[in-house]
Design a protein around this ligand. Structure first.
Ligand SMILES: Cc1ncc(COP(=O)(O)O)c(C=O)c1O
Length: 681
């Protein structure tokens, strides 16, 4: 067999396909990020994580690459600009990012800053989101689109925001909102640009296709659109109807669905214009899909089209429909969320321990004369397994194991014998798996057991907090180790989180042709083993919850610096235990007081010593102010600096530079005193 190389790792984890040029593997076998694209500066993720740990920023950590965000905005805008030029389209294009995709202030700020050259705006789906958008947008040419269920207060706020120079468009998702806008004009003389969301007959494709179609939650039917035009005309407001909007669902996996929707929406646009609405915008909603598995198919976690095809189909179809009927080409707005922000975040956590079911070098249990005869049978079965008989032996071994378990339940064999039977059976299965791997056709029974034979890698994170879509809707994300990729990963495992829930795991992984139930991983020997979950920038952070009181993770924003290294531009500290307890209305001070009182009782009744009281109170108080995840203190050495301050440092201090061919921007010695380290960051 050929020697394993990093190219094999690339193939195995598909990184070139889903990475969109933002991630690859270097010759050291480490994942590297190219936030501005290939050849424009790299960041070695393993070294970056080690640097963060050296600064005292514990795992799990969410890395946000600001330059990737900027590149995605640019890519989408350039794709539309290219199509506009190619098709001689007379209108322009503007992005209106749905704030719900990632409402975190620093992300929104970066979107606005990087999107300024393109007048990037925001889409609000609720009143709180509108208030955030009003406070954040400072470009008079950027557009705020208001979607969602709107009450009077929401509508009024949106209309008033136009008076401070914002371009806020209210998209009426229900007919009642048109009625309310008419009332606001007649009673309060408040007017502003109006849009209507239409219910298209054309449906989306993929997991969220129900967001579109005639029975979708929001949007006006053809009949309601006509009534809306009439009502606005009767109230001299038809000139305010500026925008037609549609949204056929998130993650539209098939280009056919996009084509169908834009064709129908273009017809509606033209007819509404001819009915007297001075439409200036067509908002194509969100839905531009992310190819999470890199398969480029219409599978739920993929997309069978490119960004350029998407932009071209929209521009070409709309341009042609308008030109045919002499209708001015509108400004195209799109509300792409995940396509803009998914790529920029990577969740990184460390492996804490492994339950090894597939261990091939496990010792056979010793079977003695005193053991039950079934154990002797099992041992013989094990010895006789070969490529020709292993299915038959599998059945015999299963039966033997079941018989022994029954005998145990009836009290005829001991727990020790039952344990030996379990081990012996597992040894048989492992031997069979090794034989099956060499076969082209694997019998069904063996395939079934093969799927159950995996290791469990316990990892320092919570699926519910950091990858909720995996748990809630089976969303797939690329998961892979960040290093050791020059070494063949010989284990198959699933990723289990820290929660006590059996659902708290990642047990479905991307594959080019299917969904994998296990992930290829390296043998865990206790030294740091970092795993990344990629493309988690969209929806995951705010949908995440506090299951088992695991809070927000640490977040760092990483940018390539002008000198070629990297800079940490923001660090958002993860929740402490006290934070999450306070969310649940506990008062940490009161908890400490109660525990203190309990220790006094224990002291006076002689159940505790002073030392034990001190130890418990110290654990309790530092526990409250600590991270909700495991901080892995004991993986680090304790170092005392010249001021007598104690910090943790790595056993083998690393040297800079970590970043391909350039000096790291923030050279922090792992043994530097804390104050100095902090000053440099
Ligand atoms: C109205 C609206 N616009 C835009 C989006 C963003 O969709 P996506 O993130 O798939 O681009 C959504 C999400 O479903 C939405 O409901």
């Amino acid at each position: 067999m050929d020697k394993w190389t990093v190219h094999d790792a690339d193939e195995l984890y598909n990184i070139s396909r889903w990475g969109e040029g933002f991630f690859s593997i270097n010759s050291d076998g480490h994942v590297i990020a190219h936030p501005k694209g290939q050849g424009k500066g790299d960041i070695d993720l393993k070294y970056l994580i080690e640097d963060l740990e050296d600064r005292g920023i514990a795992l799990p950590v969410l890395l946000r690459f600001s330059d990737i965000l900027a590149r995605r905005i640019e890519d989408v805008s350039l794709a539309f600009a290219g199509a506009i030029k190619e098709y001689d389209y007379k209108g322009s294009y503007q992005s209106v990012v749905p704030i719900k995709v990632n409402q975190q202030k620093h992300v929104v700020e970066e979107l606005i800053t990087s999107g300024r050259p393109y007048h990037l705006g925001l889409e609000a789906g609720s009143k709180p989101e509108l208030l955030a958008a009003i406070g954040m947008i400072d470009d008079p040419q950027a557009i705020i689109v208001c979607n969602g269920y709107k009450d009077f207060e929401y509508l009024e706020t949106a209309l008033l925001s136009c008076k401070i120079g914002l371009r806020t468009i209210i998209i009426c998702d229900r007919f009642q909102e048109i009625v309310d806008l008419v009332r606001l004009k007649n009673e309060r003389n408040l007017v502003g640009p109006i849009g209507v969301r239409c219910k298209l007959a054309a449906k989306g494709a993929g997991r969220w296709s129900e967001s579109g179609g005639e029975f979708s939650k929001f949007g006006l039917t053809a009949n309601e659109l006509v009534k809306a035009v009439d009502l606005l005309a009767q109230n001299n407001m038809l000139d305010q109807l500026k925008c037609l909007h549609f949204h056929i669902g998130s993650q539209v996996t098939a280009i056919r669905a996009v084509k169908g929707a834009i064709r129908e929406a273009s017809r509606l646009f033209v007819d509404l214009y001819k009915m007297g609405a001075k439409l200036e915008y067509l908002d194509v909603g969100g839905g531009l899909a992310v190819d999470y598995d890199g398969s480029k198919t219409n599978f739920a976690s993929s997309a069978n089209y490119t960004l350029q095809e998407y932009a071209t189909d929209i521009v070409a179809e709309l341009g042609a429909a308008c030109s045919r009927e002499d209708v001015p080409h509108p400004v195209i707005l799109s509300e792409s969320g995940r396509a803009l922000v998914a790529h920029h975040s990577v969740l990184v956590f460390n492996v804490l321990g492994v339950n090894e079911l597939t261990q091939t070098d496990a010792l056979l249990p010793e079977v003695t004369d005193d053991d039950h005869e079934i154990l002797h049978d099992l041992k013989e079965l094990y010895t006789n397994i070969n490529a020709k008989n292993f299915v038959e032996i599998y059945h015999d071994a299963s039966e033997a194991k079941d018989q022994l378990t029954n005998l145990f339940t009836l009290g005829y064999v001991s727990l020790r014998e039952r344990a030996k039977a379990e081990e012996m059976f597992l040894a048989c299965v492992r031997k069979m798996m090794a034989l099956a791997e060499k076969l082209e056709y694997v019998p069904e029974d063996i395939e079934r057991i093969q799927k159950k034979m995996f290791d469990t890698y316990y990892c320092n994170f919570s699926v519910f907090q950091s990858v909720p879509d995996h748990w809630a809707v089976g969303g797939l994300f690329p998961v892979m180790p960040l290093h050791r990729l020059g070494e063949e990963p010989k284990r198959r495992g699933i990723i289990a989180d820290l929660t006590c829930d059996s659902d708290g795991k990642i047990a479905k992984f991307i594959d080019l042709h299917d969904v994998n139930s296990t992930l290829a991983l390296h043998n865990f020997d206790g030294s740091p083993y970092y795993v990344g979950v990629f493309l988690v920038g969209a929806y995951q952070e705010t949908l995440g919850d506090l299951h088992n009181l695991f809070g927000d993770t640490n977040v760092v924003h990483v940018s390539l610096s002008e000198t070629g290294g990297y800079r940490i531009t923001h660090h958002v500290a993860g929740d402490t235990v006290a934070d999450v307890l306070e969310y649940m209305e506990y008062e940490p001070k009161e908890l400490i007081r109660r525990v203190r009182m309990a220790t006094e009782e224990a002291l006076s009744s002689g159940r505790m010593t002073f030392d034990e009281v001190r130890a418990l109170m110290a654990r309790y108080e530092t526990g409250l102010s600590g991270y909700t995840y495991l901080e892995g203190e004991d993986q680090m050495l304790t170092v005392t600096d010249q001021n007598g301050q104690t910090t943790k440092a790595r056993e083998n201090p690393r040297q800079f530079p970590h970043i391909s061919g350039v000096q790291a921007a923030v050279p922090v010695s792992p043994v530097a005193p804390v104050a100095e380290t902090a000053a440099q960051t």
